[in-house]
Design a protein around this ligand. Structure first.
Ligand code: N01
Length: 537
């Protein structure tokens, strides 16, 4: 039964008020559309609102990790470091919300729980946990790729009597670690940042590591006026460039393959890019770092050498040395003093691949090797990436089909932007686009929002009410996505990139690996051809 006539109406509902949601609000207003945004947090920021754990910071440089839409904003915001800490990024997003008066359209402390597509009216009926019901023509999911946190289901996990935190729900008030026995489970990008930051503030630190990560040491100079002026002069060039490179940064990989260089040349290339202290070593060093297994193994060994050299105890060095998978086939974190933490007397590394966690007790963590007593337990155990924030909502498209059911046998999207059967629902940073993992969020979410808003404008300008990809166009995109994925080494490794961290999640590469520039070109072509592959109603 349709009851839309009784509901308040808007043109567009935006879910989330992070980088994506804020830009969507700004952009939709430019097109004179009525918009209502919902945000579960009490403030703007998205991932930078929730992940306020000690040491949280970007590993995309600040001169790229920003909005490009306003000359005034570019002129008046001063970044202080090459890699921005969480509090500064959160401050920036608050500044953007205030400067462009975006808050008035955001309903905070409100989580979208359901969205049902009404086929008669071509409208989405959106419901929230505060009882709001609203009818919208279009729905834009800016709910983020790393939103739905994961806490492993260890036996006794609720019994711990000390302080317990997940990094993605860190409290606003500072946590006092002084003199305390602190345990950290998880050594991905988040765990590494926490560990290196709290190591000298705790009584004793116990790190529970299941897989050792490849890392790159971060070089993070402070930016003074001269450095900022130099970067600002490049903003017009950078704004264009980042949309057209392979990974949304201001460089492309060296076009030469690893074995096309002499051993001396490639060693020099690795040393030079290693010293840059950024992700360029990962995604800029050689054309085939992530394609050629033999080259990848040599690069992996280079990184292993660098890691081993920093750890005093050979047994600990052995545990911290990544093996069994190739460099860069999981997300490569930047680190600062991470390995030195394990040279301290107050730090214990527990290899839980050898001695697994068997139980969480009221007083600590028990492994097959014994119990580690703790006052504080920190989970840095990651996310149900890409799909989690979308499938947790009861989202029903045509014929009442739930999105989570529709994706059970495999994720299917058209360019990561829309799903067949879910007209007028647009996604940003979602699976099967580079934004899901292989691009920095501001670069790719701005490109996707621009495309989405143009598409909405197209539907309206045609006097039509709905748009959705055809099943054939969607199938073609999924086939292309998979084909590209299989040219890389990434599917050979277990990680959140493959959905392997979630029990029962069907294994597939989350992000489109064809490149940010190529993806943008394909999106532009679809638009230029009158939204080819999409059907109007
Ligand atoms: O999550 P992860 P994350 N028992 O999934 C372990 C972005 N990010 O929050 O490797 C024991 O990478 C798990 O072990 P294993 C970035 O894109 C960016 O760290 O699966 N351990 C792993 O060690 C990143 O990739 C920035 O064997 C368990 C850890 O928990 C993404 O967020 C900073 C376990 C989870 O690592 C996610 O990073 C931070 C279990 N049952 C994050 N389950 C920057 O920009 C999981 N683990 C700098």
């Amino acid at each position: 039964m349709s009851v839309t006539h009784a509901l308040p109406e808007t043109d567009v509902v935006v879910v989330g008020a992070g980088f994506t949601g804020l830009y969507a609000l700004y952009k939709l207003r430019e097109f004179k559309l009525r918009v209502q945004a919902f945000e579960a947090g009490s403030g703007v920021g998205g991932v930078w609102y929730w992940n306020r754990y000690p040491g949280a910071r970007t590993d995309s440089p600040s001169h790229i990790y920003q909005y490009w839409f306003s000359q005034e904003l570019l002129a008046d915001w001063n970044w202080n470091e090459r890699f921005t800490p969480q509090e500064e990024t959160e401050r920036y997003l608050n500044h953007v919300a205030d400067r462009f008066d975006l808050r008035k359209d955001i309903c905070f402390n409100t989580r979208v729980t359901a969205a049902n597509y009404d086929e008669k009216t071509h409208r989405w009926i959106v419901e929230t946990d505060t009882g709001t019901r609203l009818s919208a023509r279009f729905l834009i999911m800016g709910s983020g790729g790393l939103t739905e946190l994961v806490t492993p289901d260890f036996p006794g996990k609720d019994s711990f009597a000390g302080e317990c935190y997940h990094t993605a729900r860190w409290p606003r008030e500072p946590v006092d670690f002084k003199g305390k026995r602190v345990g950290v489970i998880g050594t991905g990008a988040t765990g590494i940042q926490v560990i290196q930051t709290i190591q000298d503030k705790v009584g004793h630190l116990t790190v529970f590591q299941r897989t050792a990560h490849y890392t790159i040491p971060m070089r993070n100079p402070k930016l003074d006026d001269a450095a900022r002026a130099e970067l600002r002069a490049r903003y017009p060039e950078l704004r264009e460039m980042v949309q057209n490179t392979t990974t949304g940064f201001d460089f492309n990989p060296d076009p030469r393959g690893y074995f096309e260089m002499s051993p001396e040349e490639r060693r020099a290339q690795m040393e030079r890019l290693w010293a840059d202290g950024s992700l360029v070593f990962w995604v800029g060093a050689f054309a085939d770092t992530l394609m050629n297994a033999e080259a990848n193994e040599e690069i992996s060994e280079f990184v292993r050498e660098k890691i081993r050299a920093r750890i005093k105890d050979p047994a600990v060095a052995e545990k911290l040395t990544p093996r069994g998978y190739g460099f860069g086939t999981r997300r490569v974190p930047l680190e600062t003093g991470y390995y030195e933490a394990f040279n301290r007397d107050n730090c214990t590394l527990v290899d839980i691949s050898a001695t697994p966690i068997t139980e969480i007790t009221p007083t600590g963590v028990k492994t097959s090797d014994g119990e580690y007593p703790l006052d504080v337990l920190i989970y840095a155990t990651g996310f149900d990436a890409g799909t989690g924030a979308l499938t947790r909502i009861d989202m029903r498209g045509r014929n009442g089909v739930l999105l989570r059911d529709s994706w059970k046998e495999g994720i299917h999207t058209f360019m990561g932007l829309q799903v067949h059967g879910f007209p007028n629902m647009f996604m940003v940073m979602s699976p099967q686009s580079p934004a899901a993992a292989f691009c920095n969020v501001p670069t790719c979410s701005q490109q996707q929002i621009d495309w989405i808003v143009d598409c909405i404008d197209f539907v309206r300008s045609q006097g039509r009410e709905a748009i959705e990809p055809s099943a054939a166009a969607e199938a073609q995109w999924v086939a292309h996505h998979d084909e590209v994925a299989n040219t890389t080494l990434i599917p050979k490794t277990d990680s959140w990139y493959m959905g392997a961290n979630i029990k029962g999640k069907r294994r597939s590469l989350l992000a489109y690996a064809g490149g940010v520039g190529v993806y943008k070109q394909l999106c532009d072509e679809v638009k230029a051809k009158g939204y080819e592959g999409l059907e109007l109603a």
